[in-house]
Design a binder for this molecule. Structure first.
Ligand code: SME
Length: 161
């Protein structure tokens, strides 16, 4: 497919996700290099959904290590159970944080980040990486983001099995 996304900027959030998902699947289809695919996923999400920060942390031994992302520079390593990312890894479940100031132990990579959603990517029964999305608006993520971002991560999981 052409390296170009076609998403109407006037569409609502669910419509944007619905249009975007098959295009991202097309982008990663046939490419076996994980870093290349994560980089394009982060770029496609940032470009289309206008998130403040979007990227991956990859499980390496007992830490999450920063992977491909789009947005301001970020902390490079997060321990199991620390911050929103380390908690989503430990629990192996999606976490939505409406107000990062109210999440105990939140790791502030940027003071402009106000709300956050973190989705684990699970293969062979283990969390392999997490997708972290930050917004500069309070309470910016809901079940629509959860549904479509989880669907997208399931597509990624199927390439890891
Ligand atoms: N806020 C995250 C850290 C990663 S940055 O937001 C990019 C956390 O609490 O785990």
């Amino acid at each position: 497919m052409a390296e170009e996304l076609t998403i109407s900027s006037s569409a609502d959030k669910a419509e944007k996700y619905k249009n975007l998902l098959p295009q991202i699947v097309g982008l990663i289809h046939g490419e076996s290099d994980m870093i290349a695919n994560l980089a394009n996923m982060a770029a496609a999400l940032k470009q289309t959904m206008d998130f403040f920060w979007v990227g991956f942390y990859i499980v390496k031994d007992d830490e999450l290590v920063l992977g491909p992302f789009q947005g301001p520079i970020a902390c490079t390593r997060i321990k199991l159970g620390k911050g929103v990312c380390g908690t989503a890894w430990q629990k192996a479940e999606t976490i939505i944080v409406p107000n990062v100031d109210e999440f105990p132990g939140h790791i502030a990579c940027s003071s402009d980040s106000k709300s956050e959603i973190v989705i684990p990517v699970i293969a062979q029964g283990d969390v392999k990486m997490i997708l972290d999305v930050d917004s500069d608006k309070i309470d910016d993520f809901d079940e629509v983001d959860q549904k479509y971002l989880q669907l997208l991560m399931h597509k990624l999981e199927s390439t890891l099995n």
